[in-house]
Unconditional design. Structure first.
Lengths: 393, 167
């Protein structure tokens, strides 16, 4: 269905060797487009010894700054800027796709340096971004060069309209739904089990809310077990658990994609107690695709993703009492669980890459209407000629 | 003499700022042109699909007549009547589709899928166009831009009043 073959440049602002939502999204999108026959080049920061796939160009070593409740590993500065410009000048791209161009990163630099068809995808959704967005007047001239803007969720779109006064098309993050569809239930994870996947050390992932809810849950369901998967050191988390309940928890470490599919197909409930800072919730979409019955906090992203409770149960964010109530109710009601899981699985198909990439591609087509290619911006060229003579003829 | 250097700096800065603004404005006008061209093409396609639907078995003679009329009107409308004509076409399509979904045959349902894919694209195109227009309007309202007539003779872009929910 994808017609004309294009040369596409994608810029990922976050370090390639640290897994994260945006990075995964860029990787999957790039691989999907390559599989369709397009020529894709991804520019991303990475440490020097990182092993990169052939389509990724290293933009330099990232630095760590605290951002949005986590540590972001990003890159900017004059050296990075000249690398970005060279990449654009040599790439001869039909289109640039910049991810998260509203934070100081190589995406913003690329937006600054380039001219022509550009699409920007905004991932972040947070209230506390005042500092980042306070530099709006500086960002504005750059952001308005984007021929089209994509927001990954309604929440991300609202963040954008609030802070940057600009509208966007909502296209959700993509997942490979088929990878999760055929997980086989594993008896070790079945029964009255609750699943959790994520970097549990980060407080915004909300594992502590689940831990607080467990005493109540275990009173009504004595055989309940909680499986926590994801990278991190469980030491801290275990300390915060009531000693009598420690045996109820099992930390699995990082699990593979195929294990993930089995995991989702096995657990009675998948719980996403995130307290915020989430703009889409890719893991929840994967849980739905894997046929799990999902219980999630009612932060805007999840509320939106779960269709206000239609495809999964919601509880008031950070309220462990209500979480316990919802979990107990569902553990006792097999029919309701099956019904939620089924409607969730059907719904998850709209997040499949075949649908999502198609939508992204039609935005590409629309922004390329002028027929011009991506080139280094005029003002950026004269500016650099003024500063140095290193400009190639 | 001692004011000479600051004055020169000031003048240079003002000139740089004005060219910067003018360039921004120029770029925005291009964006508006492009997004309009894009929307225009999609709307033409929609009119073509509407005509095909009018000639297919989906439409009864009366709605076929209505649809054909609306499609031709949308295609031939001059720019000021365009938005009215397109809304008219949306209305005619809406009327027809409301009660014909269940009786469409396979060949016809292909037309309907095409139409709904087109409608999705149009919706996105409208959003992109509206954004480009409101951005340039915002910049053109700036005092500096008006005083120095940075927009030149370019006409002020106008939003395309398309009722997105009618689609």
């Amino acid at each position: 269905m994808l017609s004309k073959l294009l040369k596409i440049g994608i810029v990922c602002p976050y370090s390639w060797d640290t897994p994260g939502g945006v990075g995964n999204h860029v990787r999957d999108l790039a691989e999907y487009l390559i599989a369709q026959g397009h020529d894709v080049s991804v520019l991303a920061p990475a440490s020097e010894d990182a092993v990169l796939p052939s389509y990724v160009i290293n933009a330099g070593k990232p630095i760590s700054i605290p951002y949005n409740g986590a540590v972001a590993r990003i890159l900017f500065g004059p050296v990075a800027y000249s690398r970005v410009r060279n990449w654009i000048a040599e790439g001869n791209f039909d289109l640039l796709h910049l991810h998260e161009p509203a934070i100081p990163s190589i995406s913003l630099l690329a937006c600054w340096a380039a001219e022509g068809p550009m699409v920007g995808t905004f991932h972040a959704a947070a209230k506390h971004q005042k500092i980042i967005f306070a530099i709006g007047p500086i960002l504005e001239p750059a952001i308005e060069k984007l021929s089209a803007r994509i927001a990954v969720s309604e929440a991300a779109r609202l963040t954008l309209t609030d802070h940057l006064d600009t509208d966007a098309v909502v296209i959700p993050n993509g997942i490979y739904a088929s990878r999760y569809m055929h997980g086989s239930p594993q008896s070790k994870w079945q029964g009255n089990t609750i699943g959790f996947i994520g970097r549990f050390e980060e407080s915004r992932k909300g594992l502590s809310v689940l831990i607080e809810a467990l005493p109540v849950i275990s009173r009504f369901a004595p055989d309940v077990k909680v499986f926590v998967a994801g990278p991190g050191d469980p030491e801290e988390a275990i300390k915060s658990i009531d000693p009598q309940l420690r045996s109820r928890f099992e930390f699995l470490g990082k699990i593979s994609e195929s294990d993930k599919a089995d995991f989702m197909a096995s657990v009675a409930l998948y719980v996403a107690p995130n307290t915020g800072g989430e703009s889409f919730g890719i893991i929840v979409a994967e849980a739905l695709a894997g046929g799990a019955c999902v219980v999630a906090s009612d932060i805007p992203a999840f509320d939106d993703l779960l269709g206000h409770g239609q495809y999964g149960a919601l509880f008031e964010s950070e309220n462990s009492t209500e979480l316990a109530k919802v979990i107990i109710d569902l553990l006792r009601n097999q029919d309701k669980r099956t019904q939620l899981a089924k409607s969730g699985k059907d719904h998850a198909q709209i997040f499949d890459w075949s649908v999502v990439a198609e939508q992204i591609y039609s935005v590409y087509e629309m922004s390329m209407v002028g027929g011009s290619k991506v080139r280094v911006a005029q003002d950026s060229r004269s500016w650099s000629r003024f500063l140095s003579k290193e400009e190639k003829p | 003499m001692k004011y000479l250097i600051p004055t020169i700096f000031f003048v240079v800065f003002v000139i740089w700022y004005l060219t910067f603004l003018a360039r921004r404005l120029d770029r925005l006008h291009h964006r508006v042109d492009n997004s309009w061209a894009n929307l225009d093409v999609l709307l033409q396609k929609r009119a073509a699909v509407a005509l095909e639907i009018a000639h297919s078995d989906i439409a009864d003679p009366a709605s076929s007549l209505l649809l054909t009329g609306a499609a031709y009107q949308a295609r031939d409308a001059s720019i000021q009547y365009r938005s009215n004509a397109e809304s008219g076409l949306s209305g005619a399509l809406g009327l027809l589709l409301e009660d014909s979904r269940h009786l469409a045959t396979a060949a016809d349902s292909q037309l309907l899928t095409e139409l709904s894919a087109l409608t999705d694209k149009i919706r996105v195109a409208i959003a992109i166009h509206t954004d480009a227009v409101s951005r340039s309007q915002m910049l053109r309202r700036k005092y500096v831009v008006r005083t120095f007539r940075l927009a030149g003779n370019a006409p002020l872009p106008v939003t395309y009043e398309f009722e997105a929910d009618v689609l």
